[in-house]
Design a protein around this ligand. Structure first.
Ligand code: PHE
Length: 367
């Protein structure tokens, strides 16, 4: 076995010369595979004396490790080179003009999102954000829903295991509403607070008007002497601007949310017929959002003194607003990524929503 040194030189050379990962793997198999040179040598040790076995075994192991290291280093170098070559070959010039027939469309959810931000932005609201994966404190407890509160069941929550704790109370949730952003905002900001928090929310539900992932916008206003009249005025201005109508009948029905007191649901006037839904004056009503005065317990959980400050909050479904404003009948189609649907209901990228430019820019791209 004096050719061990030769085997080493030859193999390292072959590794060095390998130009792609397939060739490199062939080299590996030829040395370390089932019938590889080193494997065979290892097998042949059986016929050696104990002393020789010990010495040769040691040498072979050192050689094996050396070759394995060289293979690993080369493998990484090849992978980097292959990735770089791929990136180079697939380079796209993003500054090239697109063909009009291939032009992409803005999804109605993004469009409504922009419209809502633009309306509340004009009123002096800032946009706030929170994580999609929430702890139970922010999603429930701090919102006046302690463990075992019946409202927790109402929300069809998806729980996410906590890798650091087997205790169910420590598990995370994918947020069931955007209301946890209320708490996160209060934790980080002193009043006056005036924010909206648009984002994704999740509940285990699936039919024509419910999907497991959907979108909401939360609104929160906290200051001294805030009353229900402020809430009503603010939301009235919002729906008028959003539906682009000079006047629109609204009504508030008493409701229940653990985190607001009193709580209400807001309806807007409409005319329903078999084939059409017309928003505005009419004899029918359509529920559009949930709202109320922030519960003192929620203010306390956010570190705000309820004797000094009051606030109102509301939560609107963005997808639902899109269905109403643009007449889209089935929510499930929003998330099917069908390009024909997007072409029909989507918007041209340069139609930016603004209060001065007209929010909807004459409806969808197809109209
Ligand atoms: N979080 C409530 C929901 O998802 C909506 C809401 C928000 C109600 C804020 C009142 C105040 O149904």
């Amino acid at each position: 076995m004096e050719n061990l040194e030769d085997l080493k030189i030859q193999t390292l050379k072959a590794i060095d010369n390998a130009t792609d990962s397939k060739i490199l793997d062939e080299v590996r198999v030829s040395v370390l595979g089932k019938k590889g040179a080193i494997t065979e040598l290892m097998k042949s040790l059986a016929s050696f004396s104990v002393e020789e076995k010990k010495e040769m075994g040691k040498k072979l192991n050192i050689l094996k490790t050396e070759i394995e290291n060289a293979l690993e280093t080369k493998k990484e170098a090849l992978a980097t080179a292959e990735l770089n070559a791929k990136l180079e070959a697939e380079r796209i010039d993003v500054t090239l003009p697109i063909r009009p027939e291939n032009q992409g469309r803005i999804h109605p959810v993004s469009k409504i999102y922009e419209e809502v931000v633009s309306i509340f932005g004009e009123m002096g609201f800032e946009v706030a954000e929170g994580p999609d994966i929430e702890d139970q404190f922010h999603n429930f407890n701090a919102l006046n829903m302690p463990a075992n509160h019946p409202a927790r069941q109402m929300q069809d929550t998806f729980y996410v295991p906590n890798p650091e704790s087997a205790d169910f109370d420590d598990s995370y949730v994918v947020r069931t509403h955007t209301s946890p952003v209320q708490i996160r905002t209060m934790e980080n900001k002193k009043p006056p607070i005036r924010i909206i928090a648009p984002g994704r929310t999740y509940r285990s539900d699936y039919d024509a008007t419910h999907t497991p992932m959907f979108h909401q916008v939360e609104g929160l206003v906290i200051d001294k002497n805030i009353t229900m009249a402020h809430l009503k005025g603010c939301l009235y201005d919002f729906v008028k601007a959003f539906f682009e109508l000079d006047d629109i009948p609204v009504r508030y029905r008493p409701s229940y949310f653990p985190f607001t007191e009193p709580s209400a649901e807001m309806d807007i006037g409409c005319k329903k017929s078999k084939t059409e839904l017309k928003i505005g004056a009419g004899t029918d009503w359509l529920e559009i959002l949930g709202c109320g005065m922030v519960h003192p317990n929620v203010l306390r959980a956010g570190g705000i003194d309820p004797d000094e400050y009051q606030g109102f909050a509301f939560g609107v479904g963005i997808d639902r607003l899109a269905m109403l404003k643009y007449g889209i009948p089935d929510l499930r189609t929003f998330f099917e990524s069908d390009v024909r649907w997007l072409k029909h209901y989507g918007f041209l990228p340069l139609d930016e929503s603004s209060m001065t430019g007209g929010l909807s820019n004459n409806g969808g791209a197809a109209r």
